[in-house]
Design a binder for this molecule. Structure first.
Ligand SMILES: [Zn+2]
Length: 206
């Protein structure tokens, strides 16, 4: 389980990221953007900004270096007859929208109804982060998390609900702070059986 320690949820990678060398063309791209927005990239406060920005973006997007399904590869088949919903609620996450590269900040609720196989509960959050740490749209993020669990755990049902605010909406454009967007993906019994769907949504607090 050595890769547990190298998981992006820990701080280890971030130290390495601080030393990550930044190619000249990447730094120059950030200087170009600074110049274009109206500031002087050579002034003292901005001299090291291109490197910091470049490294920050590698960190925001470290999901590209991960296979989300890897987190579901270790399953427990001895579930003691447990056949009720498993729910991980209010998982905070950050992503970035692929249209503006602006922050998407929110909470996810991830549930599944196991059929013989369960995973350590933190693994559901790791799957979420592996997809969130990429350039995303909220609808696809929701679907990718649900599909990954559906495919790799083969449960009787999966429900993923995400509430998030979008920096591209709160800080620019229509500038509407506080507005959240909700997306959901229901699969298996949560899609086909209204009572199961109502039960999982109630557990999630809807
Ligand atoms: Zn956007």
């Amino acid at each position: 389980m050595t890769n547990e320690r190298l998981s992006p949820d820990d701080g280890d990678l971030y130290d390495d990221e601080d030393n990550l060398s930044v190619p000249d063309d990447v730094a120059e791209a950030v200087r170009t953007l600074i110049r274009w927005t109206g500031d002087d990239p050579t002034r003292e406060g901005l001299v090291d900004t291109p490197k910091r920005v470049a490294r920050a973006w590698r960190e925001y997007c470290q999901g590209y270096a991960e296979d989300p399904a890897h987190h579901l590869s270790r399953v427990f088949e001895e579930v003691g007859g447990y056949d009720e919903i498993v729910l991980l609620k209010d998982i905070p996450f950050q992503s970035h929208c692929e249209h503006h590269m602006a922050p998407i900040t929110g909470k996810a609720h991830i549930a599944y109804l196991p059929e013989n196989r369960v995973v350590g509960i933190s693994k559901l959050a790791r799957v979420l982060h592996a997809f969130a740490r990429r350039l995303q749209v909220q609808e696809r993020l929701t679907a990718e998390v649900a599909d990954c669990i559906w495919e790799h755990l083969q449960p009787r049902g999966v429900a993923v609900v995400i509430d998030a605010t979008h920096g591209c909406m709160t800080a620019r454009g229509v500038r509407t702070p506080g507005v959240t967007m909700t997306t959901s993906r229901m699969m298996g019994v949560f899609r086909d059986d209204p009572r199961s769907r109502a039960e999982v949504l109630k557990l999630m607090g809807y």
